[in-house]
Design a protein around this ligand. Structure first.
Ligand code: COA
Length: 373
């Protein structure tokens, strides 16, 4: 068995950003128009008036202040409230693969070896642009990589499931180096007319190169000390969009064909599940969780991360210890913990340890303990 290391990471951030204020202005315009158009029915009690959203609520409930998006124009149009992303001909690279390739090129440049040294590509994210051919194979082709590639979807936990899959391939010799990409166009499956969740997601792509330790620079990258996965079925985060929708056309366009969640229940159930998982995994690796230098947790809600951080470290973590990027990026599903890791992994001495952890729909959760080489 071979040891695996995280050798390099990359991040592609779409250039357009959307603030809470801009998002709420659009939502509240939609609400005002809806209530005005239905004034009589609302007065008669036949239709319920919609309630406005507020930037103050969003920051207090989630910590989110803005998000990067692939297309802003459709999101700030109260008549559309969805991204405008034209279809591309089959001869052109798909939008999701293009974002993944941007992040991957950055990771490969940081790695310092040619892409041809990669044996496998995993596209691990929560929404694939199409059923097939796999986005991962398109990325493989665009980068000129031999070997194999496939897509995997474990919702927000996809990246840690992807890192573990990559590390297991390296451990068993199935691959010497694996590229794992997480392109997320969350604006494509977010219901921007749903007050409870219209603010939660953003778009981004991340990439991680995992390789055999003996191939890696002596002091480059991060030893993967252990990776662990967990799933427990829950209906509290769901998206019923799928290929059988056309067999029941009466359901097409309904709210459940986009992201829906019982946010409060998710919060209550996932915080203890993930905290216990982290502590158990640290114990099994004989790591003192209080000694972790940094945590790169899934970025859904700042209050969740504060609570998990407190349970893991046994005290209030400092902002340096518990990295938060969701204020700028919002929830970027699988990519969140990788953005945190990519942007805030400086200042580590060899031997210092940290934790990458993701959690989300399924429920699903993954923990990856790393040590600076
Ligand atoms: N603007 C203003 N008020 C709003 C609002 C909005 N956009 N959305 C909801 N509210 C109101 C609600 O109507 C409710 O009012 P009430 O108390 O009078 O009934 C109140 O604010 C609280 O709503 P609630 O939905 O319970 O808020 P919350 O504190 O649970 O925060 C989330 C909502 C989504 C931010 C939070 O539950 C969360 O992040 N949960 C975890 C989600 C998660 O990790 N999901 C994984 C996704 S991959």
């Amino acid at each position: 068995m071979h040891h695996a290391v995280i050798a390099a990471t990359g991040l592609y951030t779409p250039p357009q950003s959307l603030s809470n204020e801009e998002l709420v202005e659009t939502f509240n315009t939609y609400v005002a128009r809806h209530n005005e158009a239905n004034a009589d029915a609302i007065a008669a009690g036949a239709v319920e008036a919609l309630q406005p959203s507020s930037p103050e609520f969003i920051v207090k409930a989630s910590g989110i202040r803005s998000r990067h998006v692939v297309d802003k124009s459709g999101l700030i149009d109260p008549e559309l409230m969805r991204p405008v992303i034209p279809e591309r001909p089959n001869e052109e690279i798909s939008v999701l693969a293009e974002m993944a390739v941007n992040a991957a090129n950055q990771a490969i440049a940081a790695w310092g070896k040619p892409a041809s040294h990669i044996d496998a590509v995993l596209c691990a994210c929560s929404n694939m642009q199409r059923a097939y051919p796999a986005i991962a194979i398109e990325v493989q082709q665009a980068l000129g990589i031999d070997g194999f590639a496939f897509d995997m979807n474990v919702a927000c936990s996809s990246a840690t499931f992807g890192i573990k899959t990559a590390a297991d391939y390296v451990a068993t010799g199935s691959a010497r180096a694996v590229l794992m990409v997480n392109p997320e166009i969350c604006s494509g499956h977010l219901n921007f007319r749903d007050r409870d969740s219209h603010f939660i997601f953003g778009d981004v792509a991340t990439a991680v190169v995992v390789e055999r330790a003996e191939d890696a620079d002596e002091h480059g990258g991060w030893d993967i000390l252990g990776s662990r996965l967990k799933t427990v079925f829950s209906n509290n985060i769901r998206n019923n969009f799928g290929f059988l929708n056309r067999a029941a056309p009466e359901g097409i366009g309904k709210a459940d064909k986009l992201f829906v969640q019982e946010g409060r229940k998710v919060f209550r159930e996932v915080v203890p599940m993930v905290s216990e998982m982290i502590l158990e995994h640290a114990h099994d690796l004989t790591l003192d969780p209080h000694g972790l230098k940094r945590m790169w947790l899934h970025q859904a809600n700042i209050n969740m991360n504060d609570m998990i951080g407190r349970k893991v470290l046994g005290r209030d973590p400092t902002p340096e210890e518990n990295v938060i990027i969701l204020d700028e990026y919002a929830n970027t599903s699988s990519a969140g913990s990788i953005i945190a890791f990519h942007t805030a992994n400086q200042g580590f001495a060899p031997g210092d340890t940290g934790l990458i952890c993701s959690f989300g729909a399924g429920y699903s959760a993954g923990t990856v303990f790393v040590r600076k080489r």
